[in-house]
Design a protein around this ligand. Structure first.
Ligand SMILES: *Cc1c(COP(=O)(O)O)cnc(C)c1O
Length: 477
């Protein structure tokens, strides 16, 4: 019987892989953040067809080291300040590796008791850490996009008299138009959710935000009332706590109040900033989210857990289960075995993601995680103050957390010219190598964005970014 590789070969390969990973993580800061490869360059060096005969793991690992590792964009680099940082911290990497060895599928309690119960416990730890009420129950998905889609599906299932789970939406004259609301700053995953769920993209109401990019409550109320008057049926409001562009937080208490008044599901997208709530001083920014029906937080964004790990917390898990479970309720026995996590979403098979989250929380402790988030916020505030003190640079949005939006500015230049010069500034900063920034658009203007979130980003890296920005800004005109 051919079977797997011999145990001794596995052990050797794992030891080498451990060294590769430890060396990589230790040395990644010395590399350029973005590899200098052209499209197709990696593909050209990959064998066009699969090998007919076995190769040694040694030679495969050597190819990994020479071809793959140098040609990824280094998200684990302390100079990675684009998008939102993700960190595969040490404890998280170990958790991910151990999960691969176990290779369990946490679809039913029975198919992996420890994976199911650890997932429930780790999510409850996170709930306690961010100070959400005990009624919230969590489970882990791959991404916030999926978590948000599941939340809107549960909201839709909760609408009485529509029976969409059974009868679908197509060809039904009896269905009202269903509507979902979010701000013009909300993440595109909300668009994808309404597209996927058959609610329709044009039934997503993008409500204008104000001058600091928070959803305008009056405009939301107006939109909901207009839809109700027209006979439409509001399904959910998706409020954002930490928008992707500027990390602004929608007026959560006001939105919660409005949703309660009209019986509309409130989902809070806190993919990035939800983690901040572990810090007592930052928790106030999230006030009101405890009144939501569902909340998503991504520990893979700002809680040092390797990608992927998104926690969806819901107030009424039974409703979420009813939306997706295919086990008839009458077959459920009182003394059921335990939670079957497959009942809370679309996928049957589920990775053991809780292991890495549990290891990260235990290894750093809540206080250790707080210190790291506070330091990121301090560095962002510091950077914003350096930018603010320059005549030709301006901070473009408030900095509640660890993201700074700014641009280069000079009186008398047209908007188009300013955009072009800021685009050039971004390209020149990124071309240098040690720092990687991204951009966004605010009120039609091109804006650079510095997101501090990598666990190894220190004051030295932020100073380096600042010096690079200053130097390239001086060379602009
Ligand atoms: C990053 C982000 C998302 C999408 O996250 P995924 O986990 O990649 O799907 C959604 N909402 C907000 C506010 C985000 O910052």
């Amino acid at each position: 019987m051919p079977g797997d590789i011999p145990p001794e070969e596995l052990r050797r390969a794992l030891h080498r892989a451990a060294d590769l990973v430890a060396d990589y993580v230790d040395g990644v800061g010395a590399r350029d953040v973005v590899p200098s490869v052209e499209p197709g360059e990696v593909a050209a060096r990959l064998a066009p067809s699969p090998p007919a005969q076995a190769e040694s793991l040694e030679s495969i690992l050597t190819d990994y080291e020479e071809l793959i590792e140098p040609n990824v964009t280094h998200w684990n680099h302390p100079g990675f300040m684009a998008y939102f940082g993700i960190s595969a911290s040490g404890p998280g990497i170990v958790g991910e590796m151990l999960a691969a060895g176990l290779n369990v599928n946490a679809m039913l309690w029975r198919t992996s008791p420890a994976a199911t119960e650890l997932e429930e416990r780790a999510c409850d730890w996170l709930r306690q850490m961010v100070d959400l009420p005990e009624v919230f129950q969590g489970h882990i998905n791959d991404t916030a996009s999926i978590s948000t889609m599941l939340a809107i599906a549960a909201a839709r299932h909760g609408l009485e008299g529509l029976e969409i789970r059974t009868r679908g939406m197509a060809g039904r004259a009896d269905l009202p138009q269903l509507t979902v609301y979010c701000s013009d700053q909300a993440h595109s995953s909300v668009d994808k959710a309404v597209m996927t769920l058959g609610i329709g993209h044009e039934n997503l109401r993008r409500i204008p935000s104000d001058d600091i990019y928070q959803l305008s409550l009056d405009a939301l109320e107006f939109a909901i009332e207009a839809d109700l008057a027209a006979g439409h049926r509001p399904v959910a409001v998706v409020a954002t706590a930490g928008t992707t562009s500027t990390t602004s937080v929608d007026p959560l208490s006001g939105i919660a109040e409005l949703c309660e008044r009209h019986g509309i599901w409130l989902h809070v997208d806190a993919a990035y900033a939800g983690s901040a709530a572990i810090c007592p001083k930052l928790r106030g920014y999230l006030d009101g989210w405890e009144r939501a029906d569902s909340v998503v937080i991504n520990p893979h964004k700002w809680l040092f857990t390797p990608f992927d790990c998104s926690v969806l917390l819901v107030r009424d898990p039974d409703l979420l289960r009813e939306a997706f479970s295919l086990v008839p309720e009458y077959l459920r026995t009182g003394e059921s075995e335990g939670t079957n996590l497959m009942d809370y979403g679309v996928q049957l098979g589920r990775r053991f993601r809780a292991l890495k989250l549990w290891m990260v929380i235990r290894r750093f402790g809540v206080e250790g995680l707080r210190q790291r988030l506070r330091e990121h916020c301090r560095l962002a505030t510091e950077l914003a103050s350096w930018i603010d003190s320059e005549r030709d640079l301006e901070v473009m949005a408030p900095v509640p957390f660890s993201v700074v939006c700014f641009r280069w500015y000079r009186e008398g230049l047209s908007g188009v010219r300013l955009d072009a010069l800021n685009r050039e500034l971004l390209e020149n900063v990124n071309r240098a190598g040690p720092i990687f920034l991204s951009h966004t658009e605010l009120n039609g203007r091109f804006v650079l964005r510095v997101a501090i979130g990598n666990i190894k980003t220190s004051e030295e890296h932020v100073r380096q970014a600042w010096e690079l920005i200053r130097r390239e800004a001086d060379r602009l005109v």
